[in-house]
Ligand binder design. Sequence first.
Ligand code: NHO
Length: 363
Amino acid sequence: AAVNQVYIAVIGAGGVGKCFLSQLQALAARKPSPKLSLCYIATSRKALYNADYSPVSLDGVTETLAASTQAPPPLSQVIDYLAAAPAKVVLVDNTSSQDVADAYPLALSRGLNIVTPNKKAFSGSYKLWQDIFRASATSGAKVYHESSVGAGLPVISTLKDLVETGDKVTKIEGVFSGTMSFLFNSFAPTHGQGGKWSEEVKKAKALGYTEPDPRDDLNGLDVARKLTILARLAGLPVESPTSFPVQSLIPKELESSSSGDEFLDKLPAFDQQMEDTKAAAEKAHKVVRFVGSIDVATQQVKVGLEQFDRSHPIASLKGSDNIISFYTERYGTNPLIIQGAGAGGDVTAMGVTGDFIRVLSQI
Ligand code: NHO
């Protein structure tokens, strides 16, 4: 039977969360049925919800939340509250929190559906991955995470379709980081001079492309997480994002910086290291780019810098674009290629909202 009401719980209201909330408000206005009711919203310090599940208005919700004096209850209590709701619930995790990710198996086993751009649950230990999909299979609650790779680009749904329709994926490669794409496209452009490395890093953060802590992008871990997710979907039981070679662009001396801000303050003193990398590529009439690849047959995953001819599609990307090539038996020598913006609040939220709509059609 069609449901006439769905409750939504949103954890995290930062760059992506705010964009999701405005897309949700527009969706609720366009789509009268089922009635979409926000029953819980929280950041790390504040929460808004009513014990009787009466809805929190989406109008100006981020302002109302900022003015709230309620602190978020412990996650286990939030899950109890949501599991007792008088209709189906979709939990939207817009944090990058490992604690929230660790609670997915419990939430799913209690019947809560989950949509999220948070990579931590799917790229942490292989055991957590298995626990999540087992809990979902047992309870029937859905879990979708399209934006955990390539923001709103249809990367995960495409890979799932390839695998489920019986194609054999042999290799996946490309540029998986919007931040790294932006940095190299502006620091080492195919034509012209390019800016200072540390300046471009600050710009990428201001544009909302970086992870909450930009070191998670520059140390290669963000790309390693994405490759872990794709490799697992392609059938490789990758143990963790640190179980294969990953090149970090964090200068040795700054590895121990106590905060992301301190790191950004000190970074300009190390610009010469990246200038040298750029000059080495120029000498070979090439440009340097940060790429990742998964070779399914040899089970090899790697992440790091490579040099490309200026005419190569990876060299001539624009802005924060990602490019992801799927080599498969069915597609032969010409891979299936997905390209477009790979970071930013609105495009990432689009992937989340798209997943949310998918769940609505399945519950
Ligand atoms: P923010 O702006 O720091 O917001 C985080 C929010 O979560 C805040 O409201 C904070 O209070 C709340 N929060 C944290 N821990 C909490 C807790 N325990 N309980 C309750 N609330 C908590 O972060 P963003 O930028 O909005 O990111 C949110 C999530 O989206 C992260 O998991 C991030 O990895 C993911 N995501 C973001 C992007 C993006 O473009 N910003 C992308 C994908 C996924 O495709 C994008 C991408 O991969 C970006 C990547 N850096 C790249 O390719 O360059």
